[in-house]
Design a protein around this ligand. Structure first.
Ligand code: NAD
Length: 250
């Protein structure tokens, strides 16, 4: 029996990278999963890839506009229609940028804040409404980053957004505790996904050199933390920001 057996989970940004690995890991461990992507084509492609791996019955795709409450509420309702309930929300969708401050446009800043913070608020509110009505608690797992602890020397919107994710996590853990809805975050370090695939090799070496474990993290290692925090193994863990970063300090 898997550690999230029978639970129903929604994973935003579930079409690739860390999110796709979370989806696969939850399916392997007995959950029913709705993966959310920004476009129907990428959602369909992710579902096709999962079907090739034998995951067909317990997975569905949704493509709501994550910052639009009506769109998110309708998509989450379709998950409850299909799977009967909702137990877990993984707020994983995110965008990054490394533009220096003097060149940073307001448009870019707003885009990062909108998907990394506003979408987390909108999706968490929609999920919490469903969970509170069900009356059986639930788990929200957000995606922070090691830069939500240390900042980042360029692209100020990204670390700012992850500090905000930490604030949402700790605050909502306090607000939703009485409904037995646990709210935690995973803070990955440099993880091998599309987000870092385009970095030059010498930059990757420089990034990895000061990491005590001397390497990047794998999406699987980050997904393991989501699995733990979503599961009943973490039934007394809430308001926690779990670093999965090889003890990186930069
Ligand atoms: P990725 O770029 O491979 O995946 C990002 C996901 O977010 C994609 O599925 C994408 O479709 C989704 N997304 C982006 N914009 C969206 C939008 N407007 N609407 C809906 N979905 C949207 O990146 P990843 O590395 O897998 O990142 C996943 C999460 O992990 C992000 O929150 C990121 O900040 C965080 N993170 C990543 C690293 C890393 O090194 N890869 C480190 C720390 C934190």
């Amino acid at each position: 029996m898997g550690i999230v057996e029978g639970k129903v989970a929604i994973v935003t940004g579930g079409t690739r990278g860390i999110g796709f690995t979370i989806v696969r890991e939850f399916l392997k461990n007995g959950a029913k999963v709705a993966l959310a992507g920004s476009r129907q084509e990428t959602v369909d492609a992710a579902l096709a890839k999962l079907a090739e791996e034998g995951f067909t019955d317990n997975v569905m795709g949704i493509a709501p506009a994550l910052t639009d409450p009506d769109s998110v509420a309708a998509a989450f309702a379709s998950v409850v229609d299909r799977f009967g309930r909702l137990d877990v929300l993984c707020n994983n969708a995110g965008v990054s940028s490394r533009t220096p401050l003097v060149d940073y446009t307001l448009e870019e800043f707003n885009k990062v804040m909108s998907i990394n913070v506003t979408a987390v608020f909108v999706c968490t509110q929609a999920a919490a409404r469903i969970m509170i009505e069900q009356g059986e608690g639930g788990a929200i797992v957000n995606t922070s980053s090691m830069v939500g602890k240390y900042g980042q020397p360029s692209g100020v919107g990204y670390p700012t957004s992850k500090f905000a994710v930490n604030g949402l996590t700790r605050s909502l853990a306090r607000e939703l505790g009485r409904d037995n809805i646990r709210v935690n975050a995973v803070a990955p370090g440099v993880t091998r996904t599309d987000m870092v695939a385009n970095l030059p090799e010498d930059m990757v070496k420089r990034i990895c050199a000061p990491i005590p474990l001397q390497r990047m993290g794998e999406p699987q290692e980050v997904a393991n933390a989501f699995l733990f925090l979503a599961s009943d193994l973490a039934s007394y863990v809430t308001g926690e920001i779990l670093s999965v970063d090889g003890a990186a300090q930069t």
